[in-house]
Design a protein around this ligand. Sequence first.
Ligand code: HEC
Ligand code: HEC
Ligand code: HEC
Ligand code: HEC
Ligand code: HEC
Length: 396
Amino acid sequence: MRLIWLLWIVSFSLYAAVAVQVGDKFKDSGKCKACHSHIVKQWDNSWHAKSHYGNDEYFQKTIDYVARKDNRKSLNTIKIECATCHNPRIAVTSTSAEYEAIAALKLDKDSAATKALQSDTISEGINCVVCHNIDQIHDELPADKRGINRVTWMKSGTMIGPFADAKSPYHHVEQRPFMDTNPNQLCFVCHANDTSEEGHRFIDMQSEFKSGSKACVDCHMGPRKEGVASTLPIANGQPRKRLIREHGFVGGHTESMWQNALNVDVRKNSNTLDIVLSNPQPHALPSGFGSREILIEAQYFNKGKSVKKEVLSLTAHYLSKRGKPTVPHLAAKTIQSISIPAQGMRAFSLPIAAGADQAVITVSYRLVNDEIRGILDLKDPIWSKKMVIKKISLKF
Ligand code: HEC
Ligand code: HEC
Ligand code: HEC
Ligand code: HEC
Ligand code: HEC
């Protein structure tokens, strides 16, 4: 009996998320600047650097909204749940019923949870020591174990990377296949299985992904190019030349990335416009997070004068367990979800305005649809900005 208990405890401790403290020498990206300044600069402009509560309005307001609507859980508990992927180096990985009782009375100021959430270790979001301090990724675990619950950390001070022969005077190095030949495994630690408080899986980039020739890093970190991994002069008084990628992780928030992300074909039928969107990418668009949107707008003209506009919104809508429109993280079900499947296509049709002799069709992308921008009262113009994918003019 005792042996069984012991085995149970041993396997449990292997699988439960274990927070490993990051030493002061490695905690923030500022510590890497002396030798990797170019990489720090690229990462600093990325949305990985903004994944923290304090730096992303959409994330912050979603957390506040979820905590307001969910009266079983405190704000801090929700923050810690989301930290699983958004701030995985957090020192506290779950809270207990006792904690909820203390938090409800606002007596949790000095608790480990409050301190962990205020620590500057996590204020950089997904920083260097999130990706480069992972020892193993546990794909044998169930699909709902993500982020911090899917990895075991290296001891502080060992950086994993793509090179087998790197040497650094500042830190130890080790190579891992998920930094080199199998990088999707690293991205899927977090970019998979987005699940609501109600257990509803609203996006799963892993199951929709069509694995083929290209990996996530090929498009979102760019191809490998000649450069240097470190600017330290380690090769005959010069920095060592290496094949490296960009650390910008450019994606949905970058307008230029959307240009031609989809192919658009428009034909005039008798009194409709037939529009076919095809998606050459290996994942659906929109995807990534719920409530993203692709807009098809047709502006009709008669002798140069605008006469009518038709709009189609391709997005997802969610209902809460009480049947009200809600944010993805409180969804009990998805009532509508329109996206263009990976390497697939979809056809739409719009009525042509009477008397029109010309149509201008614009296909664009928005980070947040009208419904969710309204519910959360998002202010920053980035959430409503239309990023143009393609514009086509057609004379009848
Ligand atoms: C989201 C995960 C992620 C984060 C965050 C991240 N990296 Fe990387 N890094 C990678 C991957 C993946 C590679 C391997 C790229 C390749 O295929 O060559 C890499 C490669 C590197 C390399 C080797 C040179 C190269 O570009 O291949 C260095 C050095 C490096 N990273 C430093 C940093 C530093 C410093 C930071 C923080 C400012 C950082 N990384 C943040 C994922 C990450
Ligand atoms: C004093 C200089 C220095 C500092 C500071 C430094 N590094 Fe490095 N790092 C190096 C050198 C040198 C290499 C090896 C470069 C090569 O072989 O091309 C390296 C290599 C790496 C690699 C690639 C390892 C591999 O095996 O592919 C990663 C990842 C990395 N560093 C991350 C970091 C991070 C994260 C920090 C900040 C916490 C940091 N480094 C701070 C000098 C430094
Ligand atoms: C530790 C979890 C984690 C890992 C590992 C991770 N990501 Fe992310 N990634 C996130 C989160 C969280 C965001 C959203 C941040 C935000 O918008 O505040 C994000 C955002 C992004 C975006 C969107 C950027 C934009 O402008 O819209 C891209 C692209 C991306 N990640 C690519 C990658 C790639 C490629 C990898 C693998 C090399 C990777 N990520 C690994 C958690 C992760
Ligand atoms: C062949 C290139 C390619 C590959 C491979 C690829 N993507 Fe993308 N991805 C794109 C393009 C193009 C877009 C649309 C413009 C943009 O956001 O960059 C996009 C968009 C995204 C978005 C924003 C989606 C939205 O609708 O808001 C995320 C998140 C993302 N990709 C993550 C990933 C992850 C994770 C992987 C690997 C599993 C991956 N991508 C593989 C090309 C690619
Ligand atoms: C399984 C890992 C994971 C967990 C857990 C997680 N997220 Fe995310 N989240 C991501 C990834 C990956 C992205 C980036 C997707 C993209 O860019 O399209 C993201 C993006 C977001 C965005 C969009 C941010 C932007 O700038 O557009 C919001 C809002 C968000 N998450 C809210 C939350 C909330 C609230 C929680 C906790 C209740 C949470 N997330 C928990 C992985 C996760």
